[in-house]
Ligand binder design. Structure first.
Ligand code: G6P
Length: 757
């Protein structure tokens, strides 16, 4: 039984007792003393007044009896007066201070009492109790005949206080009881309301949260925790859907079949900034390179299966030389299976759209890596212009009015709306490969509404994680007048519906290669190339040279690990492959300089031992070479400070068919949501990174195999074909729905005039 469950019955009791105790405590500590004080002052004032009026009433008979010394009459007069229960005694003193007459009750100890200087009354404590004494001079023709002393019993004040206390106590008691019962009732009702809200939610009856501008606040349902619950349910449902799909594995063939069956062989167009093949002019002729881009790695596999057209920026120095008159080139160069259509950009366009708005603005905005985004109007203008140019290319390449357009990444946020304007029936799937920040952070972008409006031109917008999907929905909700259906995960905007989904990207599971080097061969080859002895331990990192990848934190962890485990000094080396990227930007140049300085400093510490702990290879490496490094290493470190998915982690796992090797993975990657058997770390915590590295290097082969086996199963199963297949299946469903709706509209349009006739 959980702690929460164990304490649940106690909660109502506490709800009852706490207000009761609070009210009674308040009564005891504050109200009672205040009330006593108030009652005493009020009673004394009352006695002062009474004494005065009594003295006044006795004056006339005393003026008659005193001069004649009529003792009997005076005694009768006094006895009658003290019939009043509060007047305890009376006495009369001569001007010289001799007690001449007094009632039998007059306390002897008082004698001929005189008030303190300047006063005519006082409170005195006598053995029989507290008394109120008042003094009144009896004057006749300006001559004093003596002084009347009035003694009032104060015990009635005590009694009055006790009575008042009793009533007030009763009042407060009832008040406390009422408050406790009310709070118990409210708690009970709100619990029932919450439960029924959850029940409604589970039944799918909870109305969607509407943007106030769209349908008014009256429609908005504000159930506590409803948003979180909806998100959880949505995530759960999607995970279940993810598990479903065609029986067996998702392969390139499954995807092809899906295109034929569900999309009737419709044309597939991909748009991305980075092209999958770059032709470079070298002194030895034209060379083809595959860029370092997770996006390209994944989408390329899909395109091979789909045989469509990929539209991208032709950035290579020999790209123009290799295209035909339509700017087309068939790729992959060895087995052409789809068309690459290149779009040419001027230097001004590339600087403003790619370097400026996309990589100095949106990239740091979406990655929480503590680099400030820069937004310039001139960059924005180029971004709009280039998006339009690519949209025009899509429209020109479309062979029908309803192609399937797969838009990739933050370079083309405006393109979906631009394509939709000309091809309203197109199915546009936009995939955002990087994180989406929270709505507050996204609000920094001066053109946030335009970006959101552009993206909502898509039929589907996809993210890697539910968290980024939710951030996007929150951002849309905050800055645009839309109607969001959290259950269905759709945004209704300007009469159009956009599905917002989570599609975790992956890699194509590698086919076994006949001529591939074995793990032992890779180990020997890599060590030899690095000049390291056999058995030397190796760590590997493969990234673009980007500040989001946590390369500095990774090296600091290596340094700390060597401090913690001096036995590994001289026996372990970390190899970092860092592919140059966006190096025209100052931020990237500075970052590279910092990394190089750090490597130098760490390596210099061990100079005298002829030991190099970190080898930095800041150059482009082909996939085959990277695979050899993966297979040769004991451990792979992926320490991104923020990453949409990170496919390097999955590539490392795919490369380890020997089921050995340990993956250290940053908790801030999308991959960490899937690869639970990796050593998950917070890369900002250097000690944690160092400890993980130490454990990885000491991990027994059995444990490595167990972890690796499980992760390999997952990546193999949840591969890139499943990623694309899921999106295309959803697209097919939405296309089908659109067709049915348009038929219904047509039928309605035909039947209306007849009805009118
Ligand atoms: C990330 C982005 C991709 C981009 C890649 C390489 O993975 O999501 O869109 O292609 O980085 O960056 P680059 O600027 O060289 O294309």
């Amino acid at each position: 039984m959980s702690t929460a469950t164990r304490f649940r019955p106690v909660v109502p009791v506490l709800r009852f007792i706490v207000p009761l105790a609070l009210v009674l405590g308040l009564f005891g500590y504050a109200v009672v003393p205040l009330m006593d004080n108030f009652t005493t002052r009020w009673s004394v004032r009352d006695l002062d007044t009474r004494s005065k009026s009594l003295a006044g009433a006795l004056q006339e008979p005393l003026l008659e009896y005193i001069p004649q010394k009529q003792r009997k009459k005076i005694s009768q007069l006094f006895d009658r007066a003290i019939q009043d229960e509060r007047l305890y005694a009376l006495g009369f003193c001569s001007p010289e201070g001799t007690l001449l007459y007094a009632t039998s009750t007059y306390p002897a100890s008082l004698g001929c009492w005189r008030p303190p200087e300047g006063k005519d009354k006082a409170l005195v404590q006598l053995p029989q109790g507290a008394v109120h004494l008042a003094d009144s001079e009896l004057m006749q023709d300006g001559v004093s005949l003596g002084r009347l002393v009035l003694v009032h019993d104060m015990s009635f004040i005590e009694r009055r206080s006790a009575d008042t206390r009793k009533y007030i106590f009763g009042f407060f008691g009832l008040l406390a009881l009422a408050i406790s019962l009310i709070s118990l009732l409210i708690a009970h009702l709100s619990w029932r309301g919450w439960i029924s809200g959850v029940k409604e939610l589970l039944r799918g009856e909870l109305r969607p949260r509407a943007n106030a501008g769209a349908s008014g606040p009256a429609d908005a349902v504000d159930h506590p925790l409803a948003d979180d619950l909806r998100a959880m349910l949505q995530e759960y449902r999607q995970e279940q859907q993810d598990e479903s799909g065609p029986a067996g594995e998702w392969t390139a063939d499954t995807l092809k079949q899906l295109l034929q069956s569900d999309l009737a062989g419709d044309q597939v167009l991909v748009v991305s900034n980075r092209e999958p093949y770059i032709h470079h002019a070298t002194p030895d002729g034209i060379e083809v390179k595959r860029p370092a881009s997770g996006l390209v790695t994944a989408v390329e596999a899909v395109m091979r299966a789909c045989s469509g057209t990929w539209i991208a920026h032709g950035a290579g120095s020999a790209d123009r030389e290799t295209v035909d008159s339509h700017d087309h080139v068939a790729v992959p160069p060895d087995h052409p299976s789809y068309t690459l259509r290149r779009v040419w950009l001027s230097q001004e366009e590339e600087e403003g759209y790619y370097y400026g708005f996309a990589n100095e603005g949106l990239w740091p905005l979406c990655h929480i890596a503590h680099v400030r985004p820069v937004f310039r109007s001139s960059d924005w203008e180029q971004y709009v212009k280039v998006n339009q140019r690519f949209a025009d290319a899509v429209i020109a390449e479309a062979k029908s009015d309803n192609p399937v357009v797969l838009v990739q990444d933050y370079h083309f946020a405006l393109l979906p709306r631009m394509v939709r304007a000309v091809l309203p029936k197109a199915t546009i799937i936009t995939f955002w490969h990087i994180p989406w920040p929270n709505s507050e952070s996204f609000g920094i972008c001066p053109w946030r509404e335009e970006i959101l409006d552009g993206l909502l031109g898509s039929t589907i917008v996809g993210f890697h994680t539910p968290f980024h999907r939710k951030n996007f929905l929150d951002t849309v909700d905050r800055y645009l007048e839309t109607r969001i259906e959290p259950e269905a995960s759709t945004v209704s905007y300007g009469g159009e519906l956009t599905q917002v989904q989570r599609y975790p990207i992956s890699i194509a599971w590698p086919e076994p290669q006949d001529n591939a080097l074995s793990v032992a061969e890779c180990r020997a080859k890599v060590r030899q190339a690095l000049g390291l002895p056999e058995g030397h331990l190796l760590g590997i990192g493969v990234d673009r040279f980007d500040y989001t990848k946590g390369i500095i934190e990774r090296f600091q962890a290596v340094e700390r690990m060597l401090e913690l485990e001096p036995a590994l000094v001289g026996k372990f080396t970390f190899v970092q492959i860092a592919a140059p990227t966006r190096s025209a930007l100052e931020e990237y140049q500075n970052f590279e300089a910092r990394v190089r300085a750090l490597v130098q400093r760490i390596n210099a510490k061990y100079d005298h031992q002829n030991y190099i702990p970190i080898i930095l290879k800041a150059e482009h490496h082909g996939q085959a070479q990277i695979t050899e490094y993966f297979r040769a290493s004991e451990v792979c470190m992926v320490t991104s400070l923020h990453d949409g998915m990170n496919l390097v982690a999955k590539e490392y796992i795919a490369a380890r068919d020997d089921e050995q090797g340990v993956l250290i993975l940053s908790q801030f990657t999308g991959a960490a949501r899937e690869l639970h058997e990796a050593l998950i770390i917070n890369p900002y915590h250097i000690e944690e990174g160092a400890e993980a590295l130490r454990s990885a290097l000491a991990m027994p082969p059995g444990e490595q195999a167990e972890r690796m086996r499980s992760m390999r199963r997952r990546v193999k199963d949840f591969n890139v074909y499943r990623w694309a297949g899921k999106m295309l299946q959803d697209a097919a469903r939405l296309r089908q729905r659109a067709r049915v709706m348009s038929k219904i509209h047509k039928i309605n349009a035909h039947s209306k005039p007849r009805r009118a006739a």
